[in-house]
Design a protein around this ligand. Structure first.
Ligand SMILES: C[S@@+](CC[C@H](N)C(=O)[O-])C[C@H]1O[C@@H](n2cnc3c(N)ncnc32)[C@H](O)[C@@H]1O
Length: 374
């Protein structure tokens, strides 16, 4: 079941593999067979009841929530969805903990020079993990991205993340999707310096570095354990990437030093205050003619779809995600100094099986905030 096989990836025993496969299958069953029943409950019972009581269809997800949360079918799906997320991390943690000393040794072998390296890793213990990251365990991964689980050179959060997401059910590489969007929209654009914001384990950064082997590719994150893992991972894959521990709201890179600044599902894990700062930093970092591309998850177009997506905020510690439902990223980018005619929204509809349908009936489409620095 392990998709991106490489030297730093925790290896599963037979039983651990069976357990992760169970979680993956449970999640697929929930999204494919159980989740759609929520839409049937809404259409056949909840929406008619609200219309009867108020004389009109629900206007927003708050109105839907008041009724749906009391429905036993929704409660049944929601409890199983939450449990599948807990099982996913439980399984990934057991596999990682068993091998943590070996994984740390592998990381050290890239740091000590005993193995050749193509990229680099720059850690800065003075970087503050923003409160929106540290206040709770995002998507209930115990310790989140930043908690050090070993006294030195810890890579646990990265190893847990990569092991866990293989049971998550995306079946997609977001870097490949955004790269495909960029290539089809600007076929002649060949960036020489690329920056990925909030890279976690660098799995979305790798396709950019592979697609543009002559480019210098940088990736930043605030969390040291995932960056250590990301560095060892990209070296194990033989892909040169320069990782550094930095806050996307204010980096130490020179102004105008990048051709492309990208992110993949990072924005919805920040905050309303952080967004204009991040967009301002992107504009500062780009040379004139450079591209900003932020890939984000869909939030739904109708009150019931939005209610379903907001499950992540209410039950999975993705606190800020629900505030992304109704905000206009283009206007926030303008608060960050972008001109109105430089920014726009775009959609990516993946032509791939296995696209995540946890909350959406029908095709999954992703959003992209595009900024073209004039
Ligand atoms: C959902 S993950 C991103 C996933 C990753 N881009 C991928 O495609 O697999 C969000 C990441 O953003 C990082 N992050 C959140 N706020 C940040 C900030 N202000 N600056 C840099 N990284 C940040 C978190 O530590 C976390 O690793």
């Amino acid at each position: 079941m392990l998709k991106a096989d490489h030297d730093i990836l925790p290896q599963t025993t037979h039983d651990e593999c069976a357990r992760l496969e169970f979680v993956k299958t449970l999640r697929a069953h929930l999204s494919g067979k159980i989740m759609p029943g929520n839409y049937a409950v809404y259409e056949e019972r909840v929406e008619p009841a609200i219309r009867k009581a108020t004389g009109e269809s629900p206007k927003d997800s708050t109105q839907v929530r008041k009724v749906m949360e009391k429905h036993p079918y929704y409660q049944f799906w929601s409890a199983l969805q939450r449990r599948s997320q807990e099982l996913m991390w439980d399984s990934a943690i057991d596999t990682t903990e068993r091998q943590l000393p070996t994984l740390i040794e592998k990381f050290r072998s890239y740091r000590s020079g005993s193995r050749a390296v193509k990229g680099s890793l720059r850690l800065n213990p003075d970087v503050q993990v923003p409160r929106y990251n540290s206040v709770h365990d995002i998507h209930i991964q115990p310790g989140g991205y930043h908690t050090e689980q070993a006294p030195e050179d810890d890579v646990a959060a990265g190893a847990i993340f990569e092991t866990g997401i293989q049971a998550y059910g995306w079946g997609l590489n977001l870097g490949e999707l955004l790269l495909g969007f960029m290539r089809s929209t600007w076929p002649d654009f060949v960036p020489k310096r690329i920056l990925d914001l909030g890279c976690t384990i660098g799995s979305s950064t790798v396709p950019w570095a592979q697609a543009f082997p002559d480019a210098e590719v940088h990736a930043i994150d605030v969390a040291a354990p995932v960056l250590r893992y990301a560095h060892a991972r990209s070296e194990a894959l033989g892909v040169p990437i320069h990782f550094s521990q930095q806050d996307a709201e204010a980096t130490d890179f020179d102004s105008g030093s990048f051709d492309a600044v990208v992110s993949h599902i990072t924005l919805h894990e920040t905050s309303r205050k952080a967004l204009p700062r991040i967009f301002a930093e992107c504009r500062r970092l780009l040379r004139p003619g450079g591209l900003m591309l932020h890939f984000e998850i869909p939030r739904g177009n109708t009150p019931i779809e939005q209610f379903m997506h907001e499950w992540e905020s209410y039950n999975n510690n993705e606190s800020f995600a629900r505030f992304m439902t109704n905000i206009d990223l283009c206007s926030i980018a303008q608060d960050g100094g972008w001109k109105a005619d430089e920014v726009r929204d775009a959609l990516i509809v993946p032509d791939m099986p296995g696209a995540k349908k946890n909350y959406t009936r029908g095709d999954v489409s992703f959003k992209v905030l595009v900024g073209e620095h004039s």
